[in-house]
Design a protein around this ligand. Structure first.
Ligand SMILES: Nc1nc2c(c(=O)[nH]1)N[C@H]1C(S)=C(S)[C@@H](COP(=O)(O)O)O[C@H]1N2
Ligand SMILES: [Mo]
Length: 336
């Protein structure tokens, strides 16, 4: 359960510059060029928080990833005065039930996931449906780095530097028709390599399904990640392609996507099916609407331990208040 301690002051937090974060000379030059090009960059979006990460284990990436990496726009930092979660925590404290329900299970088991070749079925209300090889889905889009807070519904959080591109760009590529109202996402089903799908005790009716309203999906903050910490996405974080919706609880950010459908009805999502009174379709981070079994007013920011629990206030929309307009006139207690 959550231990309530006063949140550390913002000043204290911003003093912490993660030693693990640095830029290579080449990336630093790219970053300053990119920053100069975009012009009005807020003071906290300093170049030394962008780029490569000393603690990130290097990994061999598919060719399509390496081809795009050098053109990355190291510009969009969205974590004012906060420090980036160590790579080790972000990759060893995971939820990915396909690999087991323990926080260490994904890191232990996801190495068996076969990510090459990978394709994504795009269907439903789109002008360009079809089975897309991941290369073809990625090719038209420049990589960006986005440093986002990730707030799990279980009241812990991290700050993760993602690599990828806006979901809106992918949707424009496949061209939703005028009847499309929602986007539905599905994760891979592969019981041979995903031990959680073999478990007889699993609550989940596979595949894992998530969804967004089309206007939410088109919001510039909604992101498709293919990498993190300047490298390709580790399997336990949802390789090779996962959604990141930073203003919503983490369970909306579906991993290892194999199908994207444009539909006219709100899809029934995995956690809604399991416990509709606890997990809604919207799942916007909201400190005022508690989970039926625990408070959502605060969160444990990882790394967190017994002697420094690092409990901080949870912010409305996880601090991404620019999305508020999407929910104008909606009672967020009803649409939780
Ligand atoms: N397919 C799938 N996607 C998933 C999950 C899952 O179990 N299966 N867990 C979700 C939850 S609850 C969270 S908090 C985030 C965790 O992402 P991370 O492990 O990269 O931090 O992934 C989400 N995406
Ligand atoms: Mo979560």
């Amino acid at each position: 359960m959550l231990i309530r301690v006063p949140p550390p002051s913002r000043a204290l937090e911003s003093e912490v510059t993660p030693e693990s974060v640095y830029l290579s000379r080449r990336k630093l030059m790219q970053a300053s060029l990119a920053l100069a090009a975009v012009g009005a960059v807020p003071g906290w979006a300093r170049a030394d928080t962008l780029g490569t990460y000393a603690d990130a284990e290097p990994a061999k990436a598919p060719g399509w990833f390496d081809e795009k990496l050098s053109g990355t726009r190291w510009q969009a930092v969205v974590a004012e005065g906060e420090s980036i979660t160590p790579f080790k925590d972000a990759t060893h404290y995971n939820n990915f039930y396909e690999f087991g329900t323990g926080k260490g299970d994904p890191a232990a088991n996801a190495g068996k996931l076969q990510v090459e070749p990978w394709s994504v079925m795009v269907d439903g209300e789109v002008a360009k449906p079809g089975r897309y090889a991941i290369e073809d889905l990625i090719k038209p889009h420049a990589f960006e780095e986005r440093i986002y807070r990730l707030r799990c519904v279980e009241a812990w959080s991290m700050v993760i530097p993602w690599l990828g591109f806006p979901l809106a760009d992918l949707l424009k590529q496949v061209q939703p028709t005028s009847s499309a109202r929602y986007v539905r996402f599905e994760t891979l089903v592969d019981a041979e390599h995903m031990p959680g799908q073999r478990s007889g005790f699993s609550l989940i009716d596979w595949p894992y399904v998530e969804g967004l309203r089309l206007d939410e999906a088109m919001h510039p903050l909604a992101f498709m990640a293919v990498g993190m910490y300047g490298r390709v996405l580790p399997a336990q974080n949802g390789a090779p392609l996962r959604l990141v919706v930073p203003w919503k609880y983490g369970f909306k950010s579906i991993k290892s996507i194999v199908r994207i459908s444009l539909v006219d009805q709100a899809p029934k999502t995995t956690w809604e099916r399991i416990a509709p009174n606890e997990y809604g379709f919207y799942a916007n981070v909201n400190p005022q609407v508690d989970h039926p079994r625990w408070s959502q007013a605060m969160e444990r920011r990882l790394p967190s331990g017994l002697f420094s629990p690092n409990v901080i206030d949870t912010r409305m929309f996880n601090g991404y208040e620019e999305v508020a307009g999407l929910y104008a006139g909606m009672d967020l207690r009803t649409y939780y």
